[in-house]
Design a protein around this ligand. Sequence first.
Ligand SMILES: NC(=O)c1ccc[n+]([C@@H]2O[C@H](COP(=O)([O-])OP(=O)(O)OC[C@H]3O[C@@H](n4cnc5c(N)ncnc54)[C@H](O)[C@@H]3O)[C@@H](O)[C@H]2O)c1
Length: 326
Amino acid sequence: MPFNKPINRIAIVGTGLIGGSWAALYLAHGFDVVATDPAPGAEEKLRHYVDTAWEELSVLGLAPKASKNRLSFTLDMKAAVSGADFIQENGPERQDFKIKLFADIDAAAPVDSIIASSSSGLTVSVMQSACKHPERCVIGHPFNPPHVIPLVEVVGGEKTSAEAIAQAISFYSSIGKKPIHLRKEVVGHVANRLQAALYREVVHLIEQGVLDVADSDTAVCWGPGLRWGVMGPNLLFHLGGGPDGIRHFMDHLSGPVASWWKDLGTITEFSPAVKQTIIEGALQEAGNRTIEQLEHERDEVLLGLLKLRNKQGKAFPVVKKVAKAK
Ligand SMILES: NC(=O)c1ccc[n+]([C@@H]2O[C@H](COP(=O)([O-])OP(=O)(O)OC[C@H]3O[C@@H](n4cnc5c(N)ncnc54)[C@H](O)[C@@H]3O)[C@@H](O)[C@H]2O)c1
């Protein structure tokens, strides 16, 4: 199967936090979006989410054909996917549930449509196991919220075709996402593993009394984290090697880095005490700011960074022509 048909119509299966965000992103890129979710009040919640996200998307730039009016909603999942060129699945994260949902989507969707799952932790080999056309199933795992954060991790399963993976990557790239191709299925994909690896050391340092919670956040977000929002660790270490770049870094600093690895924490669970310390510390840091206010603070800075990077032509998105919000 070539998997090269043009993508015009996108189905969103499951319109919770992640599905709502994907829906807003695809609408902002001028696609027709048909969404489905059996929860009572799902359509109303989705439309409210899209209205809120639209403000952020307008800052980043809307495609000429972008319109919230291109969103339709149906309770009939089969009807939603039957005319879709690309399906983004965002149902509850339960293995048995996803296997059945994938089989149902597969039975109703055109055989040359891609079915991409947002699943954070399940493998596509498992999810595609009851499909008649498993070759078009991929993971398209976003980082929350998908309408703001460009990264999307694309992984195929045992029965996924190379063409389907290529089509998914090319589609995500065409809308300004930053897809990466994971050549092997690994638990938690990659971005969550990276977060988990860093967080293990954060928790270890708090547990050892090296840092309090607020200082551990400062250490990440005003130091390495600030740089990581611009360049990845390999390219940054190319700069860390001075004029001779990464070669000098490897000669000079790879030994010390490896010696620190030997001393890193190896905890595999949160003790009740450290959980309590982190809860108290994070609440103290938040002070009287609500979750909503903190989200706003986070998104304001993120949007500023993305806009700056767009200007340099190095990141999100997106669409070259900016249209007025409708
Ligand atoms: N929350 C995150 O930070 C995050 C990040 C990346 C990926 N994901 C993944 O995205 C997926 C969705 O997570 P979420 O956080 O949006 O969860 P959520 O609970 O907010 O949304 C799940 C939605 O699926 C709906 N649903 C239930 N049965 C359904 C069915 N038969 N057909 C269609 N929809 C159905 C529910 O009504 C709900 O609205 C999960 O696979 C999760 O692993 C989550």
